[in-house]
Design a protein around this ligand. Sequence first.
Ligand code: ADP
Ligand code: MG
Length: 344
Amino acid sequence: MSSLGIIGGGQLGMFLCQAAKDLGINTSVLSETEEFSAKSFCDKFFVGKFSDSKILKDFINSADNFTIETENIPFTILEKIASKKKIFPDPGIVKICQNRLREKKFLNSLNNIKTAKFFEINNQEELKKNLKLINNSGILKTSEFGYDGKGQYKILNGQISELESLNLKSFILEEILDFEKEISVIVCRKNKKIETYPAVENIHKNSILRETIFPANISDEVRKNANKIATQIANHINLNGILAIEMFLMKDKSILINELAPRPHNSGHWSIDYCEISQFHNLLNTIFFESPKSPNPISPCKMVNVIGDEFLKKDVFEKKFKFYDYLKKEIKSARKMGHYTFKI
Ligand code: ADP
Ligand code: MG
């Protein structure tokens, strides 16, 4: 029987286990926490630090193919798995995506691909000096381990007094973009065959994805350009697996890339209900079969994240929409607790 090891057991791992079950694929999950969303959907699980070599060894022995549900995994661990089994996407791709500085340098090295202006920051002096070059306003982000806006500080009019006690080793400072909207494209690729999920529109609140709308309300020209850029990136890195590309659509209709995620993405959850082939199913297609399949969207729709104590209204969501519970043990503010989708 085909088997898949998934590093990380959050909601992305949970949906992946469910899709794997549909395809008759056995799953094992490596989780750093005792309680995790995928726990009751995987066939086997291992709980321990990713760096625990005994647990890692057992996990590696438990499956033939591996993938990730978060890019925040030490590269040495990905390499260790890659030396023994197949892992998707290639660790080299994950390495680019797990460090904002590396990622932005890589993106800007590609033909006709651009990001926001950015500066490497390692101390207070560098922050002060570079802020002056971008009108004294910017977003300071940790280069690694950030998600859902965590590890980010917005600086307006040179106001950095609250940041003075921070050790700024390994940060990045970005100009604040006055974008028109945020969109994203998800690409699945295997053996040079590529399938893209059409661009969706993403609305964020406090730097956390709030809702995704399919299709994005953009011109055909922008839609094609978004698709072209996503395809270019996936081809350039010779992707085998899945890659989500977050983009800013600027007011002049140009596209700047925000960031890359080498795994299924929150903005692709609509595909579970409103595509013939979901992003999770297609990731499995790239791992276990010859090529990804056409997503074939079924209907315009919206996906809304349920964040923090909005979860207390779970019963209402369940009645009205297609609601997904991430089975988190605790409600925490700014934590994604579930999502729902509906036709529009
Ligand atoms: P995360 O890894 O937390 O998703 P992002 O870099 O995607 O980090 O930032 C989260 C959100 O913050 C973005 O989706 C966007 O809404 C906002 N944001 C991030 N960078 C910028 C920027 N340079 N200019 C304007 N808004 C930004
Ligand atoms: Mg993001």
